[in-house]
Design a protein around this ligand. Structure first.
Ligand code: SF4
Ligand code: SF4
Ligand code: FES
Length: 544
C-alpha cells in the first residue's frame, strides 16, 4: 500500500474568511521529498487555491519560510522522515497573514531600512583599502542572511516588545555595517537605541536560522562589546549592576557578607548547619546570587539534598562571589575575568574538590562554556547542574523518594541549561521519578524549542517590563491549561516567572525541582528546610 503523509495546513484568506482554519491533505510519501514538494503536490493535484511562496528550492531566496511542526524553517530544506505521519504547516507568526502561508513582512523591511543597513563611506577615501582577514571572517557569516524571517518569527522579545527591540535581522543588518572598518556612520549608537541590550541571548534565532548565523554572539554580543568597552554606552540599570558587582560581588545590590545567610536560621526555621569553606570537601556547591538572596529555598533544598546523599561537600557562603554571567552578556570581560580567576584561585584551597554543582543554569553555562571558551579558564573540576547530580544520586540510590508527588506539572527548559548546553533529560527523569505527570509546554515549545523566560542576557536588569512580558507570554501561551504548577531548574527563570504571576495574577505556582525533590525525599520533615507553608503548597498544588 502506498505510504501517505497527512498535511495539516493553516488556511486563511482575510478578505473572505472570518477566521483561520486547518485543512487536511493526504500526500504520498516519497523518499527524499521535502515539505515544499508536498505543498506543490497539494497545489497541483488536490487544491490549487493553496497559497505559499517559493522560488529557488535551494535554500537561497529565503521565500519559503514557514512554521513546520512548531518551528520556523525553510520548506525547501525540510526533509521528510519516514516516521513522519502528520506535519503541521502554518505561516510565520508575528507577521500579518496575506493569504494562507504568505505573510506580510513589510514592517520588518521598514525596520531594516530605518537602520541604514549599508556601509557609509567617508569622502574622500584612499585606495587600496585593506580589509584584514579577521575582519572579513567577522562579517562573512552575517552576510549569509537570506532574509527568510525565520529568526524574527521565533524571537521571544519580538513577540512582546518589537517596539523596544528591533529583532534579530535588524541587529544582523546593523552589525554588517558596524563591524566593517570602512563604515563611518555610528551604527553602534543606532544599535543601542534599537534595543541592543534587550536581546535575551536565548539563541532561538540561531537554532532556527537555515544559515546557522549566530546573531546573539556574533552580531549582538560583538556590538555590545564595542558599545560597552569603546563607547561607554550602558543603560543606567546596567551601570548599577556593574557597580554592585565591583563593590558587593553580586549584581543585586546585596551586601557581600550576607551571602550564605540563607543556610543559617531562616524565616523562623533552624540553621541547616551547612559546611562553609570546608577544606577537605569533595564537592563544591556554588549557590549563585539568585538562590542566595532571591529564591533561598532553592539553596536550602540543594544543600539539604547533598547532606542527605552523604556527600562531603562545602558551600562558600560569604567567600562566594558572582560567577560573572551578566558580565559576559554585557561584555565587561575584564571584570568577568576577575570573577573567574577568583574562583579558580579559591579552588586551590579545596584540593579534593572534583565536582562543582550549581543551582543556576546561568552559573552552569558560565563555568561550562564562557570560562573555557571566552577566557581560556578551566576550573579543573566537573561542572554539574544540580539536576544532573541529583538524577545520578537517585539512580545510584544515594537519594530515594519517600513520598511520591501525584499531580500534573509542566517544566520550563532554561535556555542556559537546555538549548545552550543540551541538558534536557536529567530534569525530566527526576520529575518522572517523583511520580509527577509531566505535561510538556504547548506549541511544541520545549527542549530545543523552549521559549526563553525573558530574563537572560541582562534583560531582567535592563528592561524589567520586557522580561516580565516575555514570561507572561510564555505562561499564557504555553502552560497547559490543566496544569497549575511550573517546575524550574533555574532560580532566575523561576524569579522572573514568579514576577509575571504576581503582576498579571496568573493562577500558576512556580517551584524549583530541588524543592520538590527535598519534599519527596524527606516527606513532612522537609518543612524544616523550606517552611511548612511552602511544603504543603508544593506537595498539594491543587489545594492552593
Ligand atoms: S537571541 Fe533570542 S532574544 Fe536575541 S535576537 Fe535571538 S531569538 Fe531574539
Ligand atoms: S538571520 Fe538566518 S533566520 Fe534570520 S532572516 Fe537571516 S537567514 Fe533567515
Ligand atoms: S525556495 Fe528559496 S529558500 Fe526555499
Amino acid at each position: 500500500m502506498e505510504k501517505k503523509v497527512r498535511l495539516k495546513v493553516f488556511r486563511y484568506n482575510p478578505l473572505e474568511d472570518d477566521k483561520p482554519h486547518y485543512e487536511i491533505y493526504e500526500v504520498p510519501y516519497v523518499e527524499g521529498a521535502r515539505v515544499l514538494d508536498l505543498l506543490n503536490y497539494v497545489r497541483e493535484h488536490l487544491d490549487s487555491t493553496l497559497t505559499y511562496r517559493w522560488e529557488c528550492r535551494a535554500g537561497q531566496c529565503g521565500s519559503c519560510g514557514m512554521m513546520i511542526n512548531g518551528k520556523a524553517a525553510l520548506a525547501c530544506q525540510t526533509l521528510l522522515s519516514p516516521e513522519d505521519k502528520e506535519i503541521v504547516i502554518e505561516p510565520l507568526p508575528v507577521f500579518p497573514v496575506i493569504k494562507d502561508l504568505v505573510v506580510d513582512v513589510e514592517k520588518c523591511v521598514r525596520k531594516i531600512l530605518k537602520v541604514r543597513p549599508y556601509v557609509h563611506r567617508g569622502s574622500p577615501y584612499k585606495r587600496p583599502e585593506v580589509m584584514y582577514q579577521w575582519e572579513i571572517e567577522e562579517v562573512k557569516p552575517l552576510r549569509e542572511c537570506i532574509e527568510c524571517w525565520c529568526c524574527v518569527s521565533m524571537c521571544p522579545v519580538v513577540k512582546v516588545a518589537w517596539d523596544v527591540y528591533g529583532g534579530p535581522v535588524v541587529m544582523n543588518s546593523i552589525a554588517k555595517a558596524a563591524l566593517d572598518r570602512r563604515n563611518v556612520f555610528d551604527h553602534i549608537l543606532l544599535a543601542f537605541l534599537e534595543g541592543l541590550n534587550a536581546c535575551t541571548q536565548c539563541a532561538m534565532c540561531k537554532e532556527v536560522c537555515p544559515k546557522e548565523i549566530d546573531i546573539p554572539e556574533k552580531a549582538v554580543g560583538r556590538m555590545r562589546y564595542i558599545a560597552y568597552n569603546k563607547r561607554n554606552l550602558l543603560r543606567p540599570d546596567h551601570r548599577f549592576v556593574v557597580e554592585s558587582l565591583r563593590r558587593n560581588y553580586n549584581p543585586l545590590g546585596e551586601l557581600a557578607e550576607s551571602r550564605g545567610n540563607c543556610f543559617g536560621e531562616w524565616s523562623g526555621l533552624p540553621s541547616l548547619n551547612v559546611p562553609i569553606a570546608k577544606e577537605d570537601a569533595e564537592v563544591l556547591y556554588f549557590a549563585g546570587c539568585m538562590a542566595s538572596w532571591r529564591e533561598q529555598t532553592v539553596a536550602r533544598a540543594t544543600a539539604t539534598l547533598l547532606k542527605l546523599a552523604g556527600v562531603n561537600f562545602t558551600a562558600l557562603g560569604p567567600y562566594e562571589r558572582d560567577c560573572g554571567s551578566v558580565l559576559f552578556r554585557l561584555n565587561d570581560m575584564e571584570l568577568a575575568q576577575s570573577f573567574a580567576l577568583y574562583l579558580k584561585d579559591i579552588l586551590k584551597k579545596f584540593k579534593n574538590v572534583h565536582t562543582i554543582v550549581t543551582s543556576c543554569a546561568g552559573c552552569y553555562r558560565t563555568f561550562k562554556v564562557d570560562y573555557p571558551m571566552r577566557l581560556g579558564i578551566e576550573l579543573g573540576a566537573e561542572i554539574l547542574h544540580s539536576s544532573e547530580l541529583f538524577n545520578r544520586y537517585l539512580k545510584e540510590g544515594a537519594l530515594s523518594v519517600k513520598d511520591g508527588l501525584n499531580f500534573k506539572a509542566t517544566y520550563h527548559d532554561p535556555c542556559h541549561l537546555g538549548r545552550h548546553v543540551g541538558v534536557f533529560d536529567p530534569p525530566r527523569e527526576i520529575i518522572r521519578a517523583l511520580g509527577i505527570d509531566l505535561q510538556e509546554m504547548l506549541n511544541g515549545r520545549y527542549r530545543e524549542k523552549s521559549l526563553c523566560c525573558g530574563a537572560g542576557g541582562g534583560v531582567r536588569s535592563g528592561f524589567r517590563e520586557v522580561a516580565r512580558e516575555v514570561a507572561a507570554y510564555r505562561i499564557r501561551e504555553d502552560v497547559p491549561k490543566e496544569v497549575s504548577i511550573a517546575i524550574h531548574t533555574c532560580p532566575f527563570c523561576y524569579f522572573n516567572f514568579e514576577d509575571a504571576v504576581k503582576i498579571k495574577s496568573f493562577k500558576l505556582m512556580n517551584v524549583d525541582l530541588t524543592e520538590l525533590l527535598v519534599a519527596a525525599v524527606m516527606g513532612p520533615e522537609a518543612s524544616k528546610v523550606i517552611g511548612k507553608e511552602r511544603y504543603e503548597a508544593i506537595t498539594r498544588p491543587s489545594a492552593t
